[in-house]
Write a protein that binds this ligand. Sequence first.
Ligand code: GLA
Ligand code: ZN
Length: 685
Amino acid sequence: MTDSKILYGGDYNPEQWPRAVWEDDYAAFDKASIDTVTLNVFAWATLQPDEDTYDFARLDEIVARAVEGGRGIVLATSTGALPPWLAHRHPGVERTDFQGRRHVFGQRHNACPSSPVYRRLSAELAGRIAERYAGTPGLIAWHVGNEYGGFDGGCWCDLCAAGFRDWLRARYGTVERLNEAWNATFWSHTFSDWAQIVPPNMLSEHWRGPDHTAFQGITLDYRRFMSDAMLANYRDEKARIREHDATTPVTTNFMGMFRPIDYHRWADDLDFASWDNYPPGPREHARMALAHDVMRGIKDGAPFWVMEQTPTITASRDVNPVKRPGVLRLWSWQAVAHGADAVLYFQMRQSKGASEKYHGAVLDHAGRTDTRSFREVAALGGELAGLGDAVVGARTPARVALLFDWDSWWVAEMTDGFNRHARYVDTVLAYYRALWQAGAQVDVVPTTADLTRYDVVLAPMLHVLKGDVAARLAAVTERGGSVLASFWSGRADEDANAYLMDAPGPLAPLFGIRVEETDSAEPGVANPVTLTDGADEVVSAAQLVFEVLVPEGADVVGTYGTEFYAGTPAVTRHRPGGADDGGEAWYVATGLDDAGVEWVVRRVLDRHGLVGPYADVPDVELAVRAKDGVRFAFVLSHATGPVEVTAHASGVDLLTGRTVRQGETLRLDPTDVVLLREDPPGEPA
Ligand code: GLA
Ligand code: ZN
């Protein structure tokens, strides 16, 4: 990766328009300080017009022009969409969907990951591209495939069924062990031969859709298998690239919190993480921050890339509003603030036709550079260029960890019982939002992460409790740290079977409670939970899930206001090491509203001095990166009106060059960004 600046540019498909236009493109790139182009994402059909012929003439020209223009090149392998001849010649290479329908040629993200033909030809193409373009001046990364799983998350064909059986054999060894893991005595599912196993979809274990399965264990294993099957596709290509290029980093573009694929299983095979940021709405700043942090957590906090975002509008939604003035800049700096070392777009110039012809682009159909949108793109490019390498490679100095677990996500949402309205990401986001508003720096990590680095560890809805997680959470409190878990944690083991003990299973001793009943209510039906800490009291309208707790050592911090369990604990705090030494373990047994979650989270953070300086200014974000002992504080205003804050440190705003003194009033207009290079503590500005 280059380390001279934050990379800026994105997907560029000059194969879609005449050569003469390329010159206009590059002139515009210069105006916008665009230094990086991602080439060749979807060109398989022209690179390989038939099974025995490869034709790189056009890609040669495209690459040569990028080299001539001195751009950084991200070279894709083009394997995210099949060419028509391949589907025609090899029926079965197209995926079979969750309904069990075998697809014919069309769309993209359309290959069966288990197809030997796809695996052979995709790897061959990647290898030939690498052979030809390895060593190209400016080549900064290889981009394998595209948005794996991006159709309905996988394939359910006979080839995948066979692959699933192999995967299960490797995992379980014997059918007996498999029957045990799947609790197969239920509904007469005892298998006597691997051959009897079929993929879980609408023809087998599912009804109503992916969230309704008769056997969570089967669906869970299929999702793990599908994550691995697609990873195998990526590995096939990466291995062929590595035959020709030993060092250039290899990645693929993820989709943030994308449920079908467990991105943590891919961590070791990515040289860096990257993702495509298309938030579902205009006010999703905390969700975007969470997604950035999930992506940064894949590679243990190393910088990641935003591989795609739109400069203006998306095209895939029913309603596609433009980004308001200043929003592109704000969201781009937010990405950098959370650890992105590249801010790239889909796309450089609008397509002439097909499904994304109205998707926003740096250059519109007319190629104008005098539009509001282009001016904002160019201004941001200028700022990023001006910043140089200041924050490149810098890391987030987090003292707080939040556990993010695909197994828990999958199992919590595919299990009958309790309440289908309580969703994993909603719950995680509720806690993350409180941390975010408080200005705490957070690492969002897999359950296998080293927790010894953190003062605070949050585990919202840690439904599936695996391995030594309970012991490692207990260790956090043993050295004085704080942990927090929410309802539905510690319910299921790694096979998705219930623990044969009180909930929250092996976590119960740490939290000093047991769950006796789990009540549920329709959305909108609230139970007022009174949270009190001596002087301070708040009433939170709790919804959806209401666990009835029996304290076994924990102190009661919040109580239910209604129902037969009125007056019983809804939020508890346990001090497993005794009253004044050791740490604290908080348990939140219900779906507190935002105010309630914030009340709890603030107390947890406060104990460790981790509430940030702008915690009480709504929608003002503080995100910090640090390197070589220097802290870079990004202060971002997502507020809808002007706000005033008191500067928390002295330093220089690297975006304006202005000197800021600690304690001075900073006025932030909506979308304003301050990037403060903090003076070392103790030194006057
Ligand atoms: C995804 C894809 C791109 C493009 C954009 C449009 O991220 O990777 O090819 O389709 O979406 O939103
Ligand atoms: Zn398949």
